[in-house]
Design a protein around this ligand. Structure first.
Ligand code: NAD
Length: 487
């Protein structure tokens, strides 16, 4: 098999197998071919991983942040050296075109190791608090064993975005990738150890929705960071609450992207396409509700259709391919069901909606799809589809569009395209979302906090803000004189 790893799990610095765990296949979505066969973690594997993490964490936390950072930076260098190999693996895992993975996946993971490795020496300092003779100081201390649970759209990036801040802060991690994309995180674990990470600090175990709770409910786990759907987020946050664990929730969205009549239309169309078709639409922050000012609607739709129909669909391993398959047949079926619903509820199908020509029948391909005349109450406008389906809505004025953009339970991201500088900031200020873009869409560099509000989650990944979610403050009061006691 094309991508068979030495074993299913990576624990305590080595590959580990336990064939008592339920067997599952890793499928290359472009061809339907089985590329690896793995086993889900048994309770014994879960115990082994958490015990290894717990054992290793204390010594790791005692190192200086600079010493920890050196290892992460080395891992970043190795990832960049092996970018092609890692990108091909990511393409096999997800079906995303190599044109994307080569610039967006391992490289973004490497950015996280480089950034956190570099900033830690200064960013993990505490404060000195003068108290008039007495004083206090604060220390930023690690939480202990942190669990990361990943979605299937950015397997390597998610493994690194959670691993880097956890490790630099002095924690150990047990990471469970999505059962749809089990391969990338194992390589990240391998590379971290090659870079010098002591064994036990970054462990990867496989499994699905039945394995996750074993981690979330474990008494030795201090924190859970989930990237997944809102539904899973509710379950994981609920389970974590029963033992008062720290949680970070990176969940779904139905984000608005607003195009005003003065926007650079070509640029706005480019942003809308990026924010709907990149990674075959499987991006949490996608701007799937595209509000276009009525004055420019016809012009916008005509060019959007023309540009969408030129998208190159096909073999993800060919550099020219711009759109690969969906990650799985289940996800493909879900997206087609939404397309049918869109038609039934009266939206106008501008382009797409079917299976592209000249793709393997076993591949899970779909045409990039645009609906126009979408209204706020339609199912396709309210629910996260997680596929390449763009909904275009009309609007007439700023107050109206802001109210409609905010009329959702989600609050992950939002975008605005306008030539008016003050309007750009004013609208960004009023949109309810954790991450906003003005005159671009979906850029998420490691320097900038990323995360959601409302039902899209809480906590932030990337940037110095992420360190707050992997550490807690210890305050130490120091008396400089005798105790003034009334007794
Ligand atoms: P999912 O919620 O089905 O699964 C996510 C992960 O949670 C998987 O590893 C799964 O095995 C695990 N899981 C499922 N039930 C669990 C439980 N009860 N306890 C513990 N773990 C459990 O999501 P998905 O289909 O893999 O990914 C798509 C979703 O992820 C979309 O909603 C998307 O918006 C979201 N997402 C969010 C972000 C973000 O940063 N905000 C990024 C990527 C994806």
């Amino acid at each position: 098999m094309k991508a068979q790893p030495p074993a299913s799990h990576f624990i305590d610095g080595e590959y580990v197998e336990d064939i008592a765990g339920a067997a599952f296949d890793s499928i290359y979505p472009a061809t339907g071919e089985v590329i690896a066969r793995l086993h889900a973690a048994t309770p014994a594997i879960v115990e082994k991983a958490i015990a290894a993490a717990k054992r290793a964490q204390g010594e790791w936390a005692a190192l200086s942040p600079t010493a920890r950072g050196r290892i992460l930076k080395r891992a970043a260098d190795i990832m960049r050296e092996r970018n092609r190999e890692l990108s091909e693996l990511e393409t096999l895992d997800t079906g995303k075109p190599i044109q994307e993975t080569i610039v967006a996946d391992p490289t973004s993971g490497a950015d996280a190791f480089e950034f956190f490795g570099g900033v830690a020496a200064a960013a993990l300092n505490g404060d000195y608090i003068p108290l008039g003779g007495d004083f206090a100081y604060t220390k930023r201390v690690p939480l202990g064993v942190c669990v990361g649970i990943g979605a299937w759209n950015y397997p390597q990036q998610i493994a690194c975005w959670k691993g880097a801040p956890a490790l630099i802060s002095g924690n150990a991690m047990v990471f469970k990738p999505s059962e749809n994309t089990p391969l990338g995180a194992l390589k990240i674990a391998e590379i971290l150890h090659e870079a010098g990470l002591p064994k036990g600090l970054y462990n990867v175990i496989q499994g699905d929705r039945t394995t996750g709770p074993l981690l979330v409910n474990h008494k030795d786990v201090a924190k859970v960071s989930l990237t997944g759907s809102v539904e899973t987020g509710r379950k994981v946050a609920g389970a974590a609450a029963s033992s008062l664990k720290h949680v970070t929730m990176e969940l779904g969205g139905k984000s608005p992207l607003i195009v005003f009549e003065d926007a650079d239309i070509e640029s706005a169309i480019g942003g809308a396409m990026l924010g709907n078709f990149y990674s075959t639409g499987q991006v949490c922050s996608n701007g799937t509700r595209v509000f276009v000012h009525r004055k420019i609607k016809q012009q916008f739709l005509a060019r959007l259709k023309e540009r969408t129909e030129k998208i190159v669909i096909g073999d993800p391993m060919i550099e020219e391919t711009q759109l690969g398959p969906m990650v799985s047949r289940a996800q493909l079926d879900k997206v087609f069901a939404y397309i049918e619903k869109g038609k039934a509820e009266g939206a106008t199908l501008v382009t797409g909606g079917g299976i592209p020509n000249n793709v393997p029948a076993e591949g899970t391909y779909i045409q990039p799809t645009v609906f126009a005349d979408v209204t706020d109450d339609m199912t396709i406008c309210r629910e996260e589809i997680f596929g390449p389906v763009m909904c275009v809505l009309d609007f007439d004025n700023e107050d109206e569009v802001i109210a409609r953009a905010n009329g959702t339970e989600f609050g992950l991201s939002a975008g605005v395209f306008t030539a008016d500088l003050t309007r750009g900031h004013r609208v960004a200020d009023r949109l309810e979302a954790g991450t906003l873009w003005i005159n671009t869409y979906n850029l998420a560099p490691v320097e900038v906090p990323f995360g959601g509000s409302k039902q899209s989650g809480f906590g932030r990944e990337n940037s110095l803000a992420a360190l707050n979610h992997y550490t807690e403050l210890k305050s130490v009061y120091v008396a400089m004189g005798p105790v003034q006691s009334p007794y």
